[in-house]
Design a binder for this molecule. Structure first.
Ligand code: SAM
Length: 218
């Protein structure tokens, strides 16, 4: 596995160029994000964490959907967070949206944000597939959840609904940008749900271009 410093350096190189056109260029390429935001069912007073928040596009939408929630975002790329911080400030939401530069696998409510409670919702939007240490990231996400909380993920799936040449072409392009669908992650979520204390809901987006997974604690 690539070490963290090399991973962060790659992200900053890549997003240093992409961050200004990111929101516009990914609009049709990353389906299911708004469905995920609705599925989160964020309520008044909730604390919500996005792991790999990028430009804060999702956090800003959530802030408008639920004006009484506190939003938190982490991202490993300081470059991406420059755009996020600018957008949060321009929207006048800096008192409700907190951002930190941090690897997802290191995230912790106390150490990262000085909170003395877990998050009611933790979510990933097209970021898990970029995180090499997915096992460490999943453990950190589960540790960050408050009792009764929900973990939700939208990300690239196996493209099973597309002709093989199309799926191969898309996968090659994703691979070139260090993006990988990790089947073992879904297996791990099923295992977690099977151990009791969690329930799992898995849905397809756009003929298995992407999946939405919701793991709810009881
Ligand atoms: C494809 S972008 C998605 C951004 C945003 N979630 C969205 O839906 O538009 C993936 C994001 O994950 C971040 N990322 C990748 N690996 C990470 C890690 N190990 N820890 C935290 N963030 C990471 C990248 O810097 C990038 O901002």
């Amino acid at each position: 596995m690539e070490d963290s410093a090399a991973h962060v350096a790659y992200l900053d190189r890549y997003y240093g160029r992409q961050r200004c056109i990111y929101d516009l260029s990914r609009r049709f390429f990353l389906p299911g994000r708004d469905r995920l935001l609705r599925a989160l069912d964020v309520r008044s007073g909730h604390h919500v964490l996005e792991m790999g928040c990028g430009t804060a596009r999702n956090l800003l939408k959530l802030a408008r959907m639920q004006p009484d929630a506190r939003l938190f975002g982490i991202d490993a790329s300081a470059e991406m967070l420059r755009t996020a911080a600018h957008q949060v400030k321009s929207a006048g939401l800096h008192d409700r949206v907190s951002l930190r530069c941090c690897l997802a696998e290191m995230a912790d409510p106390g150490r990262t944000f000085g909170l003395d409670r877990g998050f009611d919702r933790v979510f990933f939007s097209y970021s898990f597939s970029m995180m090499p240490d997915w096992r460490g990231v999943l453990q950190a996400a589960l540790r960050c959840l408050a009792p009764g909380g929900k973990l939700a993920i939208v990300d690239f799936w196996d493209l099973a609904g597309y002709p093989r040449p199309v799926a191969r072409w898309v996968n090659r392009r994703l691979h070139n940008h260090r993006v990988h669908f990790e089947p073992a992650l879904l297996a791990r979520l099923h295992e977690q749900a099977g151990q009791g204390g969690y329930s799992l809901k898995l849905r397809s987006v756009a003929r298995r271009w992407a999946y939405i997974a919701e793991l709810t604690t009881s």
